[in-house]
Structures are given as C-alpha cells and as structure tokens.
Write a protein that binds this ligand. Structure first.
Ligand code: C5P
Length: 237
C-alpha cells in the first residue's frame, strides 16, 4: 500500500483540491499556465492577483478557466461604490468564482461590489460566486485589534460571503461569524521560509481550525521543483 506521502505525491482528493488556491504571482501568462498545469493535481483554484492581472488582464481568467480551474480574482477592489460595482460585474461575467474587495472601502462599496459580482455571473448563466472581503492587510502591523471584528461585521452586513484572515485569527472569525467562508493565506510547511508572512500556519492546522480555502504561493512557486514542494507541503493533510 502507498504511504501517506506517496499518495500525496499523486495529488489531493477532489474535496481537498477544491480548498487549495494557487497564488500565481508572476507577470507572464505563459509562465502562470505552466505552473498551474504542473500543480493541477493539488490545486483546484487558481488565484490571479494584481501582478498577473496587470500583465495579462481578462485573458488570464479565461485561460485558467479553460484549463479547468476555478478562478480567484484577487483585485482587492477599493473605489467609489459605482466603480467597484461595475468592475465586480465584469469579474462575475468573466467567470471568476471569488473576488476580493477591501472592507476599508465601507459597507456601501462592498454592497455594490457584491451586487455587481452576482449580477455579472447570473447574466452570464453562471452559479452564484463568492465576494471575499479583506479586513486588515498583514503588512498593516499597526492596525488596532478592534479593526478586524468591526470590518468583518461590516462585510457580512454588506453581503460578502467570505473574508480573508490569517490562520491565527480563524478561531476568532469562526466565533464571530460561523457561516462566513474563510480564506487563509500565509501557508507554510512547518519550519519553512515564512517570507513576509508574520502569521504563517501549516496547511493541516489551517484546515483543522476551519479554513475553507488555503492560498498558497511562494512555498511552492519559488521551488526548483514545485510539484515536489506541493507533495511535501501536503504530506500531512
Ligand atoms: O506568501 P505566499 O506567496 O503564499 O502568498 C500568497 C498570497 O498571500 C499572495 O498572493 C498575497 O495575495 C497574499 N499575501 C498576504 N500577506 C502578505 C503577503 C502575501 O496576504 N504579507
């Protein structure tokens, strides 16, 4: 019988794979697709962030959908409500499954974003997507402790289905808003390089604490052997 690590070397079960988002933080669509296809046995979701979207635009979303991934469009929208609503409508029509917006933009802005995202998807004949609020950036180390719960409440009131939070905040988020979809970046193997992620957690801890979607980038994408790094990272999940 295959050992646990050998089984993980072949990929994850469909249930676990749907919970893994690969952060394609590169500036070239060809490179992004090569990485995504190579890592498809472990990742069911491809995250397009500001770097790749600036480089390749909506083609990045279409190409990843065509390759069989759900797309997480991490544009961290923050503008006047009308503009956010219109941009979110386009994201929904493109087929993005998840879209981020800043809770700092306020309830009215998030509500416009949620409505735009949903109507874009509905009009394109797609199932209802999930708008995800960013509460506090991990780079904002000075944010007072009450900011996260306040923004979480605001995001839920505005209709956001999900939020991004650190693995170390999962317990608080679960208690404050049990039904909110929880997206967790900063995933690292035990003892792995944390880069600029101060609150890094292992994938098994994030899952045990109730994460719904794990965002994973440099822990695999910077490796000379991304598939081997993914197999090792997931050996214990
Ligand atoms: O650290 P890693 O490369 O796994 O980051 C994956 C994603 O996490 C990035 O695409 C970025 O959106 C997010 N990130 C974050 N906080 C940081 C650095 C990155 O949430 N300090």
């Amino acid at each position: 019988m295959a050992t646990k690590a050998e089984a993980k070397a072949e990929g994850l079960t469909p249930e676990l794979r749907a919970k893994m988002a690969l952060a394609l933080d590169v500036d070239d669509l060809v490179e992004a697709l090569r990485l995504a296809r190579q890592l498809a046995p472990w990742f069911g979701v491809a995250k397009v962030g500001l770097e790749l979207y600036t480089a390749a635009g909506p083609d990045a979303v279409g190409a990843l959908l065509d390759s069989g991934f759900d797309v997480f469009l991490d544009l961290k929208l923050h503008d006047i409500p009308t503009t956010v609503g219109k941009a979110a409508n386009v994201a929904g029509a493109l087929g993005a499954r998840y879209l981020t917006m800043h809770a700092h933009g306020g309830a009215e802005m998030m509500r416009a974003g949620v409505e735009g995202f949903h109507s874009g998807a509905t009009n394109a004949g797609l199932e209802a997507p999930t708008a995800v609020a960013i509460t506090v950036l991990t780079s904002d180390a000075d944010a007072p402790a009450h900011i996260m719960p306040n923004r979480l409440r605001l995001a839920v009131e505005a209709g956001c289905g999900g939020i991004v939070c650190a693995g170390t905040s999962l317990k608080d988020v679960r208690e404050l808003s049990p039904r909110t979809f929880r997206v967790v970046p900063g995933i690292r193997a035990a003892g792995g390089d944390k880069h600029d992620q101060p609150n890094a957690v292992t994938p098994e801890l994030a899952l045990a604490e109730g994460a719904d979607l794990l965002v994973i980038g440099r822990a695999v994408t910077l490796s000379d052997n991304p598939a081997g790094a993914a197999a090792a990272l997931f050996a214990e999940v």
